[in-house]
Design a protein around this ligand. Sequence first.
Ligand code: MG
Ligand code: MG
Length: 286
Amino acid sequence: MIVCRSKAEIERLRHSGQAVRRLLEDLRQQVRPGITTWELETYLERQIKMLGARPAFKGYRNFPCCLCVSVNQEIIHGIPSSRRRLQAGDIVSLDTGVVLDGYYGDSAITVPVGEISEPLKRLLRVTQECLALGIEQAKAGNRVGDISAAVQEHAESNGYSVVREFVGHGVGRALHEEPQVPNYGRRGHGPRLKEGMVIAIEPMLNTGGADVRVLEDQWTAVTKDGGYSAHYEHMVAISSNGADVLTRLETEAPFESGIHPGLNLAYNQSSDAGPGRAWNSPRLER
Ligand code: MG
Ligand code: MG
C-alpha cells in the first residue's frame, strides 16, 4: 500500500530529511586521502547521537553500521572498515539514514577523494543530473515510470548503465515502503503519484555494465565488470506544485560544484528536489 502523508507528517519527514542531509554534508568535510571508512562511521555515529536521533541503518536487516560507504567499483551497502583507507582519486558514496520521532530520513551523496580524473567527474555530474531529471518528474498525476525513464534515458544517452537490482522506495514510518522507484522503466507505467506520497529517488550509475555482484560479506554490492559506480539520493514529497525535496538544504546549490548545464532546475523553494535488493528494496517489475 502506498501511503499519502498529511502536511504535519511531511514536516516531520522534512525534519528527519534535513537532519540526515546536514549529517552527510558534515561527513563530506571529513573525506580526505588517508582516512579510513571506519573513521567516517565513528564520526557519523557520534554526530547522530549528538542530534538525539537514531541511526536508521544500524541493525536494519543486521547491517552492522550507521553508514553505507561504497568506494569506486562498490555500488552500495559497503561496510565501514578500519582496513579500508581512502586514496586520492577515489570516489566514495556516503549513504545514511536517521529516525527522529518515528519518521525516517534517507539520503546519499558521492564524494571525490582529493583530485579525481575527468571521467569520474563526468560520472558524478551525470548521476546528479539523473537525480534532478527524476525529481522533475516527481509530480502529482505522473507515474513512477516517468521518474524511472527520465533517469535511465539520461544515463544511457551519456554512455552509462543503471543498476537494476537496487531501487528507490517510499519512505516514512519505515525506511523502505511502497512504491519501489527503479532507475529504469517506461513513461506512463507504474503507480500514479499523488499529493502526500514521499519517495526516495536514488540513481546508481555504472561506467561499465549494469551487472552486480555481492561480496562475501553479504552486503557490499559491486559492479561485476569492475567499472566505477556513483549514487545520489534525495527524499521527495509529491506536492500540489511539484516535487518538494525534503533532503535539500536551503544552503545547498541545486548541484554541487555548479556543474549543471542547461537543465531546468526550478524546484519550488524549501522544497525542490534508494536502495533495492533486500534493503534498497528488491527489484520488482511493474
Ligand atoms: Mg539511502
Ligand atoms: Mg534509500
